[in-house]
Design a protein around this ligand. Structure first.
Ligand code: COA
Length: 329
């Protein structure tokens, strides 16, 4: 009998723009303080892309690293997926720009929009394509430049976000089943709590929408906070159930890095100590779909994870969307 196709994770990579924006820098831009930002969010600094450095550039740098770690040539990639809410342009997709930068010109390439849950959605999509036998090697990227959709005069949001990209190469395998489970969900009735009002077909850009900064992120922080904790804990439990693993089998939990207090509340709700939770929000801020993959890549590079360890990625984002994935490194 034919063996079921599983998914092997071949390698990961990440990339951050060079410019660091600290809380002290923000103190000069809006009425805020390092004390407020640190105690309410856990963020100390974030990276900011240059004006002429696009999401596809960050994606490219992260992809080159992931391909190297995977020990695979870009020519062997037969599907490119980019999770992003800050694409270079509405269209063509950032995946198409990335494809060209990688020197490829025939593999299918498309973007995926699930806000901060984008990378988990991406794992679920890549997995479906691989397990069905349709594609063998998938390059999955989370790439964001939230600095470019941020209102830098609004202290409610501008202290929270940053830029960066992470990438993963996933491949078909009959021996290795590294993606043990994926669970994704959404509830569009919360769309008005975290969104960009203008620039799309609902409110095409006009002088008025631009003057009113309606092309930047709007957020009801407290409401987002509450639902984020509930849904991330729920997604974590569902993915664990689907994986047939127990809490004790997970070496490291990697939650979306939106707010340190959200991370701590999720850990408490799941019933794990913070020593088993990976945190790097203090130096990245929230980088949406790039968060879980860049955190995973850092955990691997710094030796917090060894080959064979089982990890749970957990995310939540605008939509609202949420999801979790149990994977073996
Ligand atoms: N610096 C100083 N003061 C600030 C501030 C800032 N950057 N931003 C807001 N404040 C003020 C508010 O104006 C308010 O003042 P008031 O009491 O005089 O009205 C006070 O701080 C408390 O604001 P509040 O919104 O209640 O704070 P909070 O404890 O809820 O923290 C967030 C705000 C945004 C940090 C928090 O709600 C949060 O992280 N929510 C989730 C956001 C998120 O993760 N979004 C992405 C999801 S993927």
């Amino acid at each position: 009998m034919d063996k079921k196709l599983g998914v092997k994770i071949l390698g990961t990579g990440s990339y951050f723009p060079k410019k660091v924006l600290t809380n002290a820098d923000l103190e000069k831009m809006v009425e805020t303080s390092d004390e407020w930002i640190s105690s309410r969010t856990g963020i100390k600094e974030r990276r900011i892309a240059k004006k002429n450095e696009y999401a596809s550039d960050l994606a490219f740098n992260a992809s080159v690293e992931a391909l190297k770690a995977a020990n695979i040539s870009e020519k062997e990639i037969d599907l490119i997926l980019v999770a992003t809410i800050t694409p270079d342009m509405f269209f063509p997709s950032t995946a198409c720009f990335l494809q060209t930068k990688l020197g490829l010109n025939s593999s299918p390439a498309f973007d995926l929009s699930a806000a901060c849950s984008g990378f988990i959605y991406g794992i679920a999509v890549a997995r479906a394509f691989i397990e069905s036998g349709l594609y063998k090697n998938v390059l999955l990227v989370g790439a964001e430049e939230l600095s470019k959709i941020t209102d830098w005069t609004n202290r409610d949001t501008c202290v929270l976000f940053g830029d960066g990209a992470g990438a993963m190469v996933l491949s078909a395998s009959e021996e290795n089943y590294d993606v043990l489970s994926t669970y994704i969900g959404a509830d569009g009735s919360y769309s008005n709590l975290l969104f960009i009002p203008a620039g799309g077909s609902a409110n095409p850009a006009t002088v008025e929408t631009v003057n009113a900064k309606m092309h930047t992120m709007k957020m009801q922080g407290r409401d987002v906070f509450k639902v984020a904790v509930l849904k991330m804990a729920y997604a974590a439990e569902k993915a664990l159930e689907l994986s047939d693993k127990k809490l004790k089998d997970i070496k490291l939990f990697i939650p979306h890095q939106a707010n340190m207090r959200i991370i701590e509340a999720v850990a408490k709700k799941i019933g794990i100590s913070m020593s088993r939770v990976f945190v790097n929000i203090y130096k990245t801020g929230n980088i949406s779909s790039a968060t879980t993959i860049t955190a995973l890549d850092e955990a691997i590079k710094t030796g917090k994870l060894q080959k064979g360890d089982i990890v749970e990625l957990i995310a939540f984002g605008g939509g609202f969307t949420w999801g979790a994935a149990v994977i073996r490194i």
